[in-house]
Ligand binder design. Structure first.
Ligand SMILES: Nc1ncnc2c1ncn2[C@@H]1O[C@H](COP(=O)(O)OP(=O)(O)O)[C@@H](O)[C@H]1O
Ligand SMILES: CC(C)(COP(=O)(O)O)[C@@H](O)C(=O)NCCC(=O)O
Length: 306
């Protein structure tokens, strides 16, 4: 059966004309803040792809508010609208965190009075010591390397309007930062980004999918993702060159060909396998699939029909 049977495939040309008239063009300051986020992001993509996406998100937000109001009428009590939770998933290095930061920025612009928070599921990885103790250091990123119970509990507390503290992962130290936490204090919108966002742990009472009001899967051909992974590896090495505390510093002493081989091997042995076995199979759980081609250009969008 066609994996996308449940989706409308929308070309970029069609998508970019949806809701165009109702969106004000980006101001100079907004363009600057997008550039400071990642100066590689195409501003044309922002205008053509991400602004209509944010418009769609407005509809989901409105729907959540209407439903809470109607529930309140039914129950004859005030039902507070819970935060809208948006999941963003896809392969390692496909551009999830860049997309997530962009969506956060554009949502803050669309809803200036609301708080829009972003968390990454990397924070729920076990620490390097824990991974060693469990004998799964080489399985970082695979389902068993995350404390999914803790992620599930976190989403429950956020939906319930409670203040939470969660761990922070650093790509630079390649580990959870000791003694540092991210505080999430009853946001109106929460974006959760990570390779495992659409994976399906369940404890005895809760299903993770119940907590997402909207989800996005960022997709691309494997060869492109590998290329972006290798490019990011190179950027991480450049950042690490003079920083002995950085995990990547050790690789800056190696010859270029050795480093390239190491990165290629890590892609093939770990991240590619994870993509094929555990991440890509969750793709059709998303509400929207953003399909990217060369240079992160979004060429197709799939929107779930029902
Ligand atoms: N829209 C984009 N335009 C240009 N470059 C991008 C875009 N999205 C991601 N990148 C680049 O691709 C690489 C991987 O992106 P990143 O957001 O770190 O991926 P992920 O969070 O999925 O691991 C980074 O080097 C990033 O700068
Ligand atoms: C921390 C991660 C699991 C998550 O990835 P992200 O999508 O944030 O890049 C990944 O970056 C990772 O470290 N994978 C293990 C193999 C590697 O070193 O690339």
């Amino acid at each position: 059966m066609n994996e996308f049977i449940n989706f409308d495939e929308i070309s970029r040309e069609t998508w970019q004309n949806l809701y165009k008239t109702s969106i004000a063009p980006l101001t100079h300051d907004e363009l600057e803040s997008i550039r400071s986020l990642n100066d590689e992001i195409s501003l044309k993509d922002v205008q053509d792809v991400y602004l209509p996406l944010v418009h769609l998100l407005r509809l989901y937000k409105k729907n959540l508010e209407d439903m809470s109001f109607s529930k309140g009428l039914f129950l004859q009590k005030i039902v507070k609208t819970p935060p809208l939770i948006i999941g963003i998933s896809g392969s390692v290095a496909v551009g999830k965190s860049t997309t997530a930061r962009l969506v956060q920025l554009l949502l803050s612009r669309a809803f200036p009075k609301l708080s829009v928070e972003l968390v990454t599921t990397d924070g729920f990885l076990y620490t390097t010591d824990d991974l060693k103790n469990r004998g799964i250091l080489d399985r970082k990123g695979f389902p068993e390397s995350y404390d999914m119970e803790r992620l599930l509990a976190f989403l429950y507390h956020v939906k319930n309007g409670e203040k939470c503290e969660i761990p922070i992962y650093s790509h630079e130290t390649y580990d959870i930062l000791p003694d540092q936490v991210q505080t999430i204090d009853s946001p109106d919108i929460l974006i959760v980004e990570g390779i495992n966002v659409l994976q399906n742990p369940q404890n005895q009472m809760l299903y993770i999918s119940d907590f997402y009001d909207f989800s996005i899967y960022v997709d691309a051909e494997e060869e492109l993702i590998e290329k972006w992974y290798l490019e990011r590896f190179d950027s991480l090495l450049k950042l690490a060159k003079y920083d002995t505390t950085n995990f990547y510093h050790q690789f800056t002493k190696m010859s270029t060909s050795k480093v390239v081989n190491l990165a290629k091997e890590t892609w093939a042995r770990v991240n590619r396998i994870n993509l094929k076995e555990y991440i890509e199979p969750t793709r059709n759980r998303a509400e929207v699939i953003l399909h990217k081609s060369e240079n992160h250009y979004v060429d197709k969008i799939y929107l779930k029909k029902f």
